[in-house]
Design a protein around this ligand. Structure first.
Ligand SMILES: [Ca+2]
Ligand SMILES: [Ca+2]
Length: 238
């Protein structure tokens, strides 16, 4: 970092308009390097300063970090991770099983005329700490009130985004747990707990997620206003 700052100062003093590329951090973990590189390649923000974090989800990837082809099986077959950075470089803060696709009941039940919603791969800065669901608050979550996201609508009800139409807006695509009514149970099936939200299969996992994301120094500085960004990937993009 010091060498980068010296190069940056030299470039500015020398009247050059081109700013040197930031140094590539040292990686201690091949998985972290893979995710971090994919974020950089797409232009997603990455954690740079100690205490900053990045939330990311991977559709169709197990906790074994192997692609599973995202089967339309109503299971928690997606991956959630949090990247952090400290003096030694980027590291994995935590990882969780999850779903970022709606349960079958919401695909076939069609609560929206366009079809069940599933979030499109990309980076969105859209979530604030709040309560899920907003109408009858149940538990603390990241709530999509800070920005728009893009979803595919599964009009042909096949559990695949291929050929589906897109919508962009505020759809309540929250990052939450199954709900306190399930106690500490680890759910096997998505069922009614996701209509396109990003959901961990148990409340203990979700509470751990919330405790970790709230450690981000940018959130701590401005807890009422901070809008969390999140990177969404399909397994084929990593
Ligand atoms: Ca999935
Ligand atoms: Ca479809």
């Amino acid at each position: 970092m010091i060498r980068y700052l010296v190069a940056l100062i030299k470039a500015l003093l020398g009247g050059k308009n081109t700013v040197p590329a930031p140094p590539r951090p040292a990686f201690r973990d091949a998985w972290v390097e893979r995710v971090y590189t994919a974020m950089l390649k797409r232009g997603d923000p990455v954690p740079v300063n100690t205490g900053e974090q990045s939330i990311f989800y991977v559709r169709g990837l197990g906790l074994d970090r192997k692609p599973n082809n995202n089967p339309f099986d109503d299971r928690f077959n997606d991956y959630c991770g949090i990247l952090g950075v400290n003096a030694e470089g980027p590291y994995l803060v935590a990882e969780y099983p999850c779903t970022i696709d709606p349960g079958k009941k919401f695909v076939f039940g069609r609560i929206h005329w366009a079809g069940g919603a599933s979030i499109k791969s990309g980076f969105y800065r859209a979530w604030k700490v709040g309560m899920h669901p907003m109408s009858r608050p149940n538990h603390e979550a990241l709530v999509q009130i800070g920005g728009s996201v893009t979803v595919f609508s599964d009009d042909n009800e096949d559990g695949s985004q291929v050929g589906d139409s897109e919508r962009t807006g505020y759809f309540g695509i929250n990052q939450h747990g199954p709900g306190t009514g399930f106690g500490n149970r680890l759910l096997t099936f998505v069922g009614m707990v996701s209509a396109g939200c990003l959901v961990r299969p148990s409340m203990p996992l979700h509470r751990d997620f919330m405790a970790k994301v709230k450690q981000d120094i940018r959130y701590k500085k401005n807890p009422g206003q901070y809008v969390f960004g999140t990177s969404i990937f399909n397994a084929s993009e990593l």
